[in-house]
Design a protein around this ligand. Structure first.
Ligand code: AMP
Length: 475
């Protein structure tokens, strides 16, 4: 469907969970999805299997909305299941795009759940459509399903490998059929995926370890970049069919996206965020009476910042926890309203005080601008904005939803101009080197393209997305 908006055809922030070998597989999946809800709030789904057939429930909304009716979960029979939470850009939020995607084909039934973006999905899709393929969704994941169905390889595993060898970019992806669970991370390892073990001996795969914690599973290890893990009645086996490539794990998972209680690629996210705040205090100190976080995303970095400066850490902005992340609302009008719904200042604490406000990142600057205004109205004497990340200058092609380059305030404005736009008395960002130091990423291995413009995987298909011009600016 070439008339689809380009932005309609991509998976964005997503969370995956898979369970094998447990009588309560779909219930465990459901709990795991709750733990991963921060990775996507626009759709959720589970597909289970009893070895004979696949059973599906999915829909738009939060996990609790989609599975609010317990009867729905009870219909998800079997001792294995995969689940997905999804966030999509505007236009891509149709029911058909909610995962896991399912298909019936020559080898039986198949379900797929994917976190990441394949950068060349569009041209493969065009090629398949020109040959008569019919797509049900606008997601790049469905391209993989078609490639599997058309592969000349004999076995299911080889067909999956054959299909994945054609796509480029980011894919932590799990497949379930009647016989097996197959999981892989793309050779760059952009997005996370971990293996866990249930007390009774079953297996779990999840985007983040916080999902393992909730269901009492023990962390075993990360799926390595380019590794294919197969779990069936014979147990777990693994192989590396793809050519090795440089590791490019997403550094933004540490800064914002992952939950602070997750252990990500060998480092705990909470400690990384404390260190980001610590580095920020060294690079961008402020002469203030107190340090405030923008809750919740800025809390750990603000704590690190306050400790390093030796200033009080205060909760001067109170968050309503029953409202979702404002940024994630699909249009600007709702987003504007969302900030007021979500945050409220404490005037008694702020009156006449010089405050440093710490947030994890600045995207459009619109949320921050409202926060600064709110704090001023609440009586703060000086407001010094500190961002525990470098300026976000480019969009992400690998699975984090960022607005178009045009909308990214740091893509067109110098830091001082951004400070004026948000109305702060001063503004300070962390440097790229400081960020890497806080992550302990001295040895490399991380993708920081949204800050540095160094995109590890590019494809001509990206020129058809609205964020351009990108290529002229990229090395
Ligand atoms: P703004 O002030 O409008 O630039 O919004 C910045 C806020 O958006 C920060 O508090 C971040 O925590 C949050 N944020 C950053 N990146 C993302 C993302 N990819 N998805 C959702 N929220 C984000």
């Amino acid at each position: 469907m070439s008339d689809l908006l380009p932005s309609d055809a991509f998976n964005d922030e997503c969370g995956i969970v898979a369970v094998w070998g447990h009588a309560e597989a779909s219930n465990l999946c459901y709990l795991g999805l709750h733990a991963l809800q921060h990775r996507g709030q626009e759709g959720a789904g589970i597909v289970s299997s009893d070895g004979q057939a696949l059973y599906t429930q999915r829909g738009r909304g939060l996990v609790a909305d989609v599975f609010g009716d317990r009867a729905g979960l009870q219909r998800l029979l079997g001792n294995r299941a995969i689940g997905h939470v999804r966030y999509s850009t505007a236009g891509g939020n149709s029911e058909a795009n909610v995962q896991p995607l399912t298909a019936t084909w020559a080898m039986g039934q198949l379900a797929v759940a994917h976190n990441g973006n394949y950068v060349n999905a569009r041209s493969i899709r065009d090629e398949l459509e020109a040959e008569g393929a019919i797509f049900q969704s606008s997601s790049d994941t469905e391209v993989v399903v078609h490639l599997i169905a058309r592969s000349r390889q004999k076995t299911f595993v080889n067909r999956v490998v054959d299909a994945l060898a054609r796509v480029q970019g980011a894919g932590s992806i799990v497949f379930l059929n009647e016989d097996m669970l197959l999981a892989t991370r793309d050779p760059h390892g952009f997005r996370p995926l971990v293996i866990g073990r249930l007390p009774g001996g079953g297996w779990v795969l999840a985007s983040e370890t916080c999902a393992l914690d909730l269901i009492g599973a023990r962390f075993v290890r990360d799926v390595s970049p380019g590794e294919v893990v197969v779990i069936d009645d014979g147990g777990l086996s693994s192989f590396h069919p793809f050519p090795r490539s440089e590791s490019n794990a997403c550094i933004f998972e540490y800064l914002y996206f992952a939950r602070p209680d997750t252990m990500l690629w060998g480092r705990d996210v909470y400690s990384v965020r404390l260190r980001l705040g610590d580095r920020l205090a060294i690079e961008q100190p402020a002469d203030v009476d107190m340090v405030l976080p923008v809750p919740d995303s800025g809390v750990a970095a603000a704590l690190g910042y306050a400790r390093k400066l030796g200033k009080p850490f205060e909760l001067g902005l109170v968050r309503n926890h029953y409202v979702g992340r404002s940024f994630i609302e699909p249009n600007q009008q709702i987003r504007d309203f969302g900030v007021k719904l979500k945050l409220n200042p404490v005037p008694e604490l702020l009156r006449g005080k010089r405050v440093a406000v710490v947030d994890d990142s600045l995207v459009r600057g619109t949320t921050c601008r409202k926060i600064v205004r709110m704090l001023r109205e609440a009586g703060a004497a000086e407001i010094h904005l500190r961002i525990a990340a470098p300026p976000t200058t480019g969009p992400c092609w690998y699975g984090i939803d960022t607005p178009t380059r045009e909308e990214l305030i740091a893509s067109k404005n110098e830091v001082a101009e951004i400070g004026r736009f948000v109305g702060a008395d001063s503004i300070g960002y962390l440097s790229i080197a400081g960020m890497h130091e806080a992550v302990h990423a001295g040895e490399g291995g991380f993708c920081d393209a949204c800050f540095s413009g160094r995109y590890p995987v590019l494809h001509d298909d990206l020129k058809r997305r609205p964020q351009l011009p990108l290529f002229a600016e990229s090395p």
